[in-house]
Design a protein around this ligand. Structure first.
Ligand code: NAD
Length: 366
């Protein structure tokens, strides 16, 4: 019986609420598919600070290292907001995890079911069938990590701040490989987004992606787009994209834009794949909902568990190579929503059900 060894870092506020529902779905699927689950829970974020004095305790990191994947909730919230910036849960837990495991490829499906188009700020006539696109964001390079990164006083007394945008060809090649794999599993259409009319890093980005696809993936239809145009096209006509790939900061902004046009954060999952392989020879990855800890609704039992549940599907697909159970979970979520099960974030003022009842509907659909 295949064993799925993964760390469960539920985090704060709605994190544990939606995580326990995701585990219910996973246990159900595991039983039906003959999979053994070895899920090890550990504190992270605010829970790490409260129980162990730091957002990413050593014990938590060790459990992650001993696992084949991390199922992550979300961290942070008002309780820890007064801490110094570098001790804040997100900065002191998520960023070190990304760095420690070189989680360079962030995969975010932008999925809006036809039944939920009213949740999108885009007019329904522009997206009659909903939205179905994928954003691939480079996550460990570019402006957020380049050095020098500093603020200094100049000889004339003025203050100057510097961030550095830097990319190596090898960093671009490995994200191009991830993007090609994603495109191959869909319509074989890939759009690379950059600012090659202004930035040196973008000139290298465009050339590297072009060369990589020409050499390794002639079956992929590759196009290029400037990021300012992409920001417009995403709201004008999102489905003109299938898979798009872009560098860290552009991806940060475009993926949030994509989240907004897809309606509720409660529906959006994400995968961050590492450079390393797990014990199965597959990518080590961290899987989490696109949203945060939603303190405004925490403890009320109304959070939408779908994003966390869909994140488990991504974990099965990428870190365990289990396409069938992954697709089953995705289909069950879609069926539950299609048949009218709605948490308050996707109910548009109509009747809504709670977190647990939503999971029950997904289990019934399974
Ligand atoms: P948020 O994503 O937590 O919430 C934004 C809005 O979306 C809220 O109205 C919330 O109720 C709603 N929402 C989010 N997830 C939902 C769900 N599953 N079901 C129903 N509604 C949902 O963003 P925020 O309020 O800006 O941040 C709250 C905290 O989360 C902050 O401390 C922030 O730093 C943290 N955060 C953590 C992560 C992470 O751990 N990866 C990501 C983003 C924000």
């Amino acid at each position: 019986m295949p064993t799925l060894k993964f760390a469960v870092l539920a985090g704060d506020y709605i994190g544990p609420e939606v995580m326990s529902e995701a585990l219910r779905v996973l246990r159900h699927v595991a039983e039906e598919e003959g999979l053994e689950l070895l899920a090890r829970q550990a504190d992270v974020g605010g829970a790490g600070i409260d129980n162990h004095g730091k957002a990413l305790p050593e014990g938590t990191l060790r459990i992650c290292e001993e696992s084949d994947a991390i199922l992550f909730g979300s961290v942070g919230g008002p309780k820890w907001e007064k801490l110094p910036p570098n001790e804040q849960p997100e900065r002191a837990a998520l960023l070190p995890l990304r760095k420690h495991f070189t989680l360079f490829a962030n995969i975010r499906p932008g999925l809006l079911y036809r039944e939920l188009t009213a949740a999108s700020p885009i007019k329904t006539e522009r997206i009659p069938d909903g939205i179905d696109i994928v954003c691939i964001r480079e996550l460990t390079g570019g402006l957020y990590f380049g050095k020098p990164k500093e603020t200094k006083t100049l000889p004339d007394g003025d203050l100057q701040a510097v961030d550095t945008m830097v990319y190596r060809r090898s960093e671009i090649e490995r994200i191009a490989a991830t993007a090609v794999a994603a495109a191959r599993s869909r319509k074989r259409k890939l759009c690379s987004i950059d600012k090659a009319n202004v930035l040196e890093t973008s000139v290298l980005w465009r050339k590297t992606v072009t060369d990589y696809v020409a050499k390794n993936a002639p079956d992929i239809e590759l196009t290029h787009m400037y990021v300012d145009n992409a920001a417009m096209q995403l709201v004008r006509s999102p489905n003109q994209f299938d898979v798009f790939v872009t560098e860290n900061m552009f991806g940060d902004i475009l993926s949030d834009e994509m989240a907004v046009i897809c309606g509720s954060l409660g529906m959006l999952s994400s995968a961050s794949l590492g450079a390393g392989r797990n014990s199965l020879g597959l990518p080590f990855g961290l899987y989490e909902p696109a949203g945060g800890t939603a303190p405004d609704i925490a403890g009320k039992g109304v959070a939408n568990p779908c994003a966390q549940i869909l994140s488990t599907a991504l974990m099965l697909r990428y870190s365990f190579g289990l396409e069938k159970p992954a697709a089953r979970i995705e289909a069950a979520v879609r069926r539950a929503v299609t048949s009218g099960a709605r948490t308050c974030d996707i109910a548009f003022g109509g009747a809504s059900i709670g977190t647990r009842a939503m999971t029950d509907a997904i289990l019934a659909a399974l």
